[in-house]
Ligand binder design. Structure first.
Ligand code: FRU
Length: 488
């Protein structure tokens, strides 16, 4: 380890110690989501199931609640409930990464963990250089840096980053998020036999061609994988304009469905669909675990979207991950559900109600709390609207084939919403944490994710219907992640 590396680690751990008390005083500190110990967290990186543990790395700025020369933080778990804080994986210590060890991925090879990430370099005038770098870990914790393995190919600006690597038919492939010289978002493809020598294979998607030909100026964080019979490509495009209910966040994250042809090095695909309909979701990354499940984490925020207005900034920390989701294909539609391990967060037995509401809004006995899971099933609504209001700061409404999530803005307190068309509402699974809500609609057909900031004393949840609506509700209190102890 270089002296610079050692110094940066020491400074980061000092920052953790210095602000520990302040961070822990925040009433909005989440109970069961992954957060930075101090400073800013963004993209999930290097998500991998390796030697029986799930490793999740993350973009981390330990010195402030802003962006900058990122580190890779690291946590690991066997069960998605009890997490171990691991040593810092990467610090921006070398010339080829001095302005940040940016996003990337991990893959197992010969029993070792191979980590690919972007070395971000900026000169005094703000000009960028980008290097796709390799690090190898034998124990899953200490990473030996091998330096750049991919240089910027011709035809792209230096907005070229976030390598995701996978193996298929004894070949390794890498997709990289890119911007062409004429400012089109693109996904660049590389191939390799040995993970160190990489050949550039051209654009895989976008870049002024195909269904994503005119689709923003930059694609970040690509991820290509098979799911069922199809090959999915996830991207986070920048530069899309709002279009009715779609694309209302500053930047988007979504997928296309298609077929990857490894021989032709091409990808035939359909139209872009957003992954999450809520306010705060970006840069998702998936991995396949040893049970064959395709699992995904995302950053529960969006770059440049009022980041400094979050009240947690005052407590020296910012942002968190979504819950881990399992992905499944149903026809051409991607379904997302919280991983079943999360049932391990439940404390005690479910409280259940069978309810019929008639033109009324009311609480249901015992259905409240700051960190809870709600399962609302068998929803039958013939006409009018159905709503669930959470802590007087977020509200779910279903009416006339439109599903809405509202929240009180953390910027100015006004009510803002996100929506999608939904033919019929059957069920809801809702994870409420002290300052986040994740709503899985109809078994994962749609998902809405948001940060929100209710008064810290707020625990109430109300259910309402303008005409008649009947449903069943199950509610669990959820414990804190880590040691699994009870939430307050
Ligand atoms: C996405 C992103 C990536 C980049 C990283 C830097 O949020 O901008 O493209 O690698 O964050 O932290």
């Amino acid at each position: 380890m270089s002296t610079k590396d050692r110094e940066l680690r020491e400074r980061a751990y000092e920052s953790v110690e210095k602000y520990k008390e302040t961070v822990n005083k925040d009433p909005y500190r989440l109970h069961y989501h992954i957060m930075p110990p101090v400073g800013l967290l963004n993209d999930p990186n290097g998500f991998i199931h390796w030697n029986g543990r799930y490793h999740l790395f993350y973009q981390w700025m330990p010195f402030k609640t802003g962006h900058g020369a990122k580190f890779w933080g690291h946590v690991s778990t066997e069960d998605f409930i009890n997490w171990r804080e691991e040593e810092i994986a990467l610090t921006p210590s070398e010339w080829y990464e001095k302005n940040g060890c940016y996003s990337g991925s991990a893959i197992e090879h010969d029993g070792k963990m191979y980590i690919f990430y972007t070395g971000n370099v900026k000169d005094e005038n703000g000009n960028r250089e980008t290097y796709q770098c390799l690090g190898i870990s034998e124990d899953g914790v200490n990473v030996e840096k091998k330096g750049p393995v991919v240089e910027l190919p011709e035809g792209y600006t230096p907005h070229f980053r976030d390598p995701k690597v996978w193996k298929q038919d004894d070949q390794f492939y890498m997709v990289v998020g890119a911007q062409t010289l004429d400012k089109k978002g693109a996904v660049a493809l590389f191939s390799s036999d040995n993970l160190t020598a990489w050949s550039y294979e051209g654009d895989l998607a976008g870049g002024g061609k195909g269904p994503l030909k005119d689709f923003g100026y930059m694609f970040e964080c690509p991820d290509l994988f098979s799911l069922g019979e199809k090959d999915m490509l996830i991207i986070s495009p920048q530069g899309l304009k709002p279009d009715g209910m779609k694309y209302r966040n500053v930047y988007q994250s979504g997928y296309v469905v298609g077929y990857f042809d490894p021989k032709g090095k091409s990808y035939d695909h359909g139209e872009f669909e957003e992954l999450d309909r809520g306010f705060d979701f970006y840069a998702p990354q998936t991995t396949e675990d040893s049970k064959g499940r395709r699992l995904m984490f995302a950053w529960m925020s969006v770059p440049d979207q009022n980041e400094q207005d979050h009240p947690t900034v005052e407590y020296q920390w910012l942002h968190n991950m979504t819950l881990p989701r399992e992905l499944k294909m149903v026809g051409d539609k991607l379904y997302q559900l919280p991983v079943e391990e999360l049932e391990g967060l439940r404390i005690g037995e479910a409280l259940s109600h069978r309810v019929t509401l008639r033109n009324e809004v009311r609480e249901l006995e015992g259905v409240n709390g700051r960190a809870v899971e709600l399962r609302v099933n068998d929803i039958s609504l013939v006409e009018g609207w159905f709503e669930i209001a959470i802590h007087d700061a977020a509200r779910i409404v279903y009416s006339n084939g439109v599903f809405t999530l509202e929240r009180k803005s953390y910027v100015d307190g006004t009510v803002e919403n996100r929506q999608c068309i939904l033919e019929k509402l059957d069920s809801l699974t809702i994870y409420i944490d002290t300052s986040s809500v994740e709503v899985f609609v109809n078994g994962g057909e749609e998902v809405f994710t948001a940060r929100y900031y209710p008064a810290a004393s707020q625990r109430s949840i109300t259910f309402g219907a303008s005409k008649e609506c009947s449903f069943s509700v199950e509610k669990w209190d959820l414990g804190k992640r880590g040691d699994g102890s009870a939430a307050s």
